[in-house]
Each structure stands twice: as C-alpha cells, then as structure tokens.
Ligand binder design. Sequence first.
Ligand code: BGC
Length: 378
Amino acid sequence: MKKYLFSGLSLMVVCSIMQTACSFNNSNKNSMDSTHAIIAKPFGEIEGKPVTEFTITNKNGMQIGVINYGGALTKIITQAKDSTWGDVLTGYESLKGFTQTGNPYFGALIGRYANRLAKGTYTIDGVEYHAALNNNGQSLHGGLKGFDKVVWDAKTIGDSSVQLNYSSKDGEEGYPGTLKVQVVYTLTSNNGIKMEYTASTDKTTVINLTNHAYFNLTAGKDSTIHNHVLQIHADQYTPVNDVLIPTGQMLAVKGTPMDFNQPKRIGDDLDKVQGGYDHNWILNKTEGLQEVANVTDPESGRVLTVFTTEPGLQFYSGNFLDGTLTDTKKGIKYIKHGALTLETQHFPDAPNQPSFPSTILKPGEVYTQSTIYQFSIQ
Ligand code: BGC
C-alpha cells in the first residue's frame, strides 16, 4: 500500500492503480469501467498552510471531494435513474467560499462538540468550563474556531481513502485536554461514503463529532428539498427551547410533525414546525453500525441511506439558508430549505443533561464513531 503525505503547493497526483485512472473526466462517468483512484490538487492556502482537494472516484464513476480545510466534503457526484450525473452536495467553487463569514459549515467536520452547549458552560469533575460562545449566547459546533475552520494533516490510504488528523490543544475553544482526532473518509465500491472517527485525550473532556454535509438530491434541478421523502427510524426526539437548547425532555414523535417512521414528504409538515426542522431524533437503533434514516428524491430516483453507530440524528431542513452565500458552486443561490443535513451525533447539550447518553472522554479511552452515507437509485 502506498501512502502519501501532502505538503507544499505543488500539484500532486496520486493514482494508486495506474496512470490512466488519473485522467478522469466526465466522459468516462457514463461507462462502468472507471477505476478506483484518488487525485490530489492544490485548493489554495490559509494561515500559510496549503490546502489540498482530494478527489476520489470509484469503479462505478461516483466521485467525492474532500479538502483538509475543515475536513470538508466538496462534492458528491452520483447518478440519477436517467443515468445522468449530478452533484448532490451544497458547496463552493473555491476555498474563498469555505472561509467566508457565515459559511454554515458546508460539508465540514464538526468538533469538539457538535451542536449546542447551553451558554457554553459545562462541568467535569466539579470544574466549570466555558466553551466559546458563537450563537445567541450559546456555543455551537465547537465555538468560534471549531474543527471546521482548522487545517488538518492529510494523507491518502490506498486508492479510496483519505485520512485526516488534527491535534486540538488543551484549552482550545474552552475544552480541556489535548485531543488527538483522526477521521478517515472512504468512498466504497458500492457508492458509500464511510466516515470513521477516532480520538483520544490526555485530560477528561467532552466530545461529539459529526459531519455537516448538506444534500439536495436533485443536484440543482429543484431549489428546495420540499419534495424529498424522508424516513427516520426514531420514536422520540429531544425538543428545544427558543435558543435551540434541548429542554431535557424526550418526547414521542407519534402523532406529531416529527414522525418520520413511515417515509414522508418533507414539505408535508414543514410549516407546522416553528422555524422548520432543526432537532435531534433519538434513534431506535440498539448497538453497532445500523441503518437509521433514508431520504429519496422521487424525481431523480436518488436515495441516500444513513448508517451510524451514534444514538442521535440532527435533521436540519436548511432553515437559515437565505441565498446570500457567495462563491457557491455555479453561483447557485442556496435558499431557505434549499438543502438538508442528517448529522449523526450524540445529543446536543448532553454534558448538561444527565439523562442523555454521556459524551465524556477520559484519558486512556478511545472515542469512536462511524457513519456511512450510502447512495443508491430507486
Ligand atoms: C444546527 C442549526 C444550525 C446549522 C448550521 C445545525 O446543525 O442544528 O441550528 O443553524 O447547523 O449552523
């Protein structure tokens, strides 16, 4: 197995199999004879550090992009039932887009604590900690400079994986302990994006890692996700207060707009949920990596099925997208409900809610989380 460590701004091309696989272009996407391969190319520079985009293509022609700024996914190109290809991931043309103020975490890795911590405050072993506040007096997605805004070390593994590493300093954004995090993205040969997270700490800390990809399975044909059909295998959810902090209750979804146990068109009940969907569902799953949700665009036939080891899923219906982001792909205006996220996670504000599954990580323990975004056609 060849391993490449990327540094410097020079164009580097990685083809683990053969040189011809490097000259990937749209034309070979319509045949089924593509070869699994990774191409790396410069994607700009931030704080003096080079950013690289890794494009992974599998034998079916499916393609994803990952950058080491924020560990963000940059593209997910999948096939529709009419055999055309399209990018189902919201994103930007360049690094400038990703670094703009107000980038709502497009495609990024989120940490040290995904979603919100009430007033950024939490206590571990009797010591009160204060995570950086960045959202209505709360701490959201790791604070002012979360894992989405740092440059990760990156290397390819074989012909289908990119490994990202980041060492978060003791005290960074108000979190104790040096946290060493690793995330491996793999494009599988059956069109899955596998994300495997591991982390360890040298002081007891809290941790909740996820990926913040936004999807619109129409690949730009429809400006909203109203017609997407969603299923979430969850009998309960965690309601929130007016600043989107869980109240601590675990309520039944039955008979409410939150019930997605049977596949349901997202637009059907969207107006009945104040502000739109932005909640954590308590997954019915028991243990291990299990299917927890799926979303279908009936028009294109694209289906995204989510598998995870996590106990919760944040379904966010893109409520705060307002068409103002710049440097977007093809200049697309990402409007309200223009895309959705399915963030696999532990529950928001768990450090302050004793009845929620624990998010404490102690020295000597290894944090793990695995999630697969599996694409298919129906
Ligand atoms: C949160 C939303 C937030 C969005 C983008 C989601 O995970 O639940 O409230 O607006 O991320 O920032």
